[in-house]
Design a binder for this molecule. Structure first.
Ligand code: PA5
Length: 488
């Protein structure tokens, strides 16, 4: 059994003029085939893959010995420490959180029996709100806590300031050997975190151990690289996960766009965005444990496709490179929204059914839950004897029906179970679909220049040295205007 993508309700057959027609597919298909050939060419060329940031497409082929070593290290850390504190943000956080919620038992930290001797997991450094980190630092025992700091660039403010405080906290309790309780996951060569690791390692090889991130794997595409130690520490079956990724990679390498699930998902989303003005993309898993996976998808879609400019492909001596085409404004991209069933049926669903018809909703339907609950036979009249999973399936089907009967395009990913195999497959499916959407929109799906704006402003305000004069000038020229008459 594999994941299935059911797109019946994206088609005009079910949602009339709001759906995709055969002629819409026929129109885009030649371009989609060219896009598929282009993507395949890059993915099959190791140099181009790294250069253009598509190495994530081959992470299931990572060195087995290295993965075994990470699994071993994860077990050692988990057995030795009561807590593991991960610091990271964006792509260095959302994949971990998604895996934690999907693949570890709910309430994992609360109950020892659920953790099966593994350490408790805390995820921090993903915000500048002082209230969360300070609670942890006041309540965790530093002597029993291992710290994993994750930052590809090694420069991200949120992670950096959290790590400074965590380091002081460790040092105060442990003394000069505190670095033996720290592991850094960062770029193999560049950034201040890498520099720090190299310095500490020279002094003491057991201090600031590190796992390098692979080249050509951007933050939001890096769960199967950067997230491995977290998976190992929590005892998630990494081998099974990679089996799922491998099988999905094989399904998504199908040249025929019409038979390739990720390409079809992307193609239909792009048609609905361009021709039917469906600018919102809502991911609504019908599973509480997949809500954070929807949050992970929000970052993937937003940073990959929401772009100011189109991409220009250049070829020099047979080597392809992508540049931002500043003469070719895009200023578009679907807006992702994370929701979950059934809780959001009592929230966003009203707007989905009766508000503006400007969205595509993707459901994830889980066929078999890990456990089961039943309403007792003599209770609650027509609900008597019904299982929770049965109720969940009917709720999902009912939501599909409610939307479809109001001509709201939607589709369903059918996931046999939420386990490592299918979860790996699910993430790869979305990654490949997003990469293909990038091809169809002709944008670079692997950079995030829009994130720089706020960073520059912050650095300017904080007096960070080295801000380019043009950037500083721009900020001075365009200050935020706060007229009191517009503040009540
Ligand atoms: O997808 C990306 O590359 C970004 O969202 C990063 O993950 C995020 O900005 C965090 O960066 P870093 O890992 O360098 O701290």
């Amino acid at each position: 059994m594999s994941l299935k993508f059911d797109f019946n309700n994206m088609i005009s057959l079910n949602v009339g003029e709001h759906g995709v027609k055969q002629e819409d597919i026929d129109e885009i298909l030649p371009f989609a085939h060219t896009a598929a050939t282009h993507l395949k060419k890059i993915i099959s060329d190791p140099g181009a893959r790294v250069k253009l940031s598509l190495e994530w497409a081959k992470l299931h082929q990572q060195d087995k010995k290295q993965i075994d070593d990470i699994i071993k290290l994860g077990r050692q850390i988990s057995l030795k420490y009561e807590n593991v504190l991960f610091l990271g943000i964006g792509g260095s956080y959302l994949g971990l959180k998604a895996a934690q919620d999907a693949l570890c038992p709910p309430y994992y930290n609360e109950f020892k029996t659920l953790r099966k001797k593994s350490a408790r997991i805390y995820l921090e450094g993903n915000n500048l709100d002082p209230d969360t980190l300070q609670v942890l630092l006041k309540n965790l025992n530093p002597k029993k806590t291992f710290v994993v700091v994750i930052s590809k660039s090694g420069e991200t403010t949120e992670t950096k300031v959290a790590f400074i405080l965590v380091e002081q906290w460790l040092k105060k309790a442990i003394g000069k050997d505190f670095g033996r309780q720290v592991l850094a996951i960062t770029d193999p060569e560049s950034g201040s975190l890498r520099k720090r690791v190299n310095e500490e390692q020279k002094k003491d090889p057991l201090s600031f151990r590190s796992l390098p991130l692979l080249k050509g794997v951007g933050g939001r595409y890096s769960e199967f690289n950067m997230g491995l130690l977290h998976l190992a520490i929590t005892g998630i079956n990494i081998k099974e996960l990679f089996e799922g990724v491998k099988d999905m990679a094989s399904a998504c390498s199908q040249d025929n766009v019409l038979k390739n699930p990720a390409y079809m998902y992307a193609l239909l989303q792009v048609i609905l965005y361009r021709k039917k003005a469906k600018s919102l993309s809502i991911l609504m898993p019908f599973s509480q444990t997949l809500k954070s996976t929807a949050d992970w998808y929000v970052q993937l879609l937003a940073e990959s496709l929401g772009k100011k400019y189109h991409r220009k492909i250049e070829n020099h001596d047979g080597l392809e490179s992508w540049v931002t085409d500043k003469d070719n404004l895009f200023n578009r991209g679907p807006t992702p929204i994370a929701a979950s069933g059934t809780n959001d049926l009592h929230s966003i669903q009203q707007n989905n059914v009766e508000g503006e018809n400007n969205k595509v909703i993707t459901f994830i339907r889980v066929q078999e839950f890990k456990t089961e609950l039943k309403v007792p036979a003599k209770e609650a009249a027509f609900l008597a004897g019904k299982s929770f999973s049965q109720l969940m399936q009917i709720a999902q089907e009912a939501t599909e029906w409610a939307l479809t009967s109001e001509k709201r395009p939607n589709c369903t990913i059918i996931m046999p179970q939420v386990n490592a195999y299918y979860w790996g497959a699910l993430l790869f499916f979305f990654e490949m679909a997003t990469a293909f959407e990038g091809e169809l929109f002709n944008v670079n799906a692997f950079d995030q220049p829009g994130v720089e704006g706020y960073k520059n402003y912050m650095y300017y305000k904080l007096g960070k040295p080295g801000i380019p004069p043009a950037v500083a000038e721009e900020i001075k020229k365009k200050p935020l205007i706060k007229d009191p008459k517009y503040i009540l």
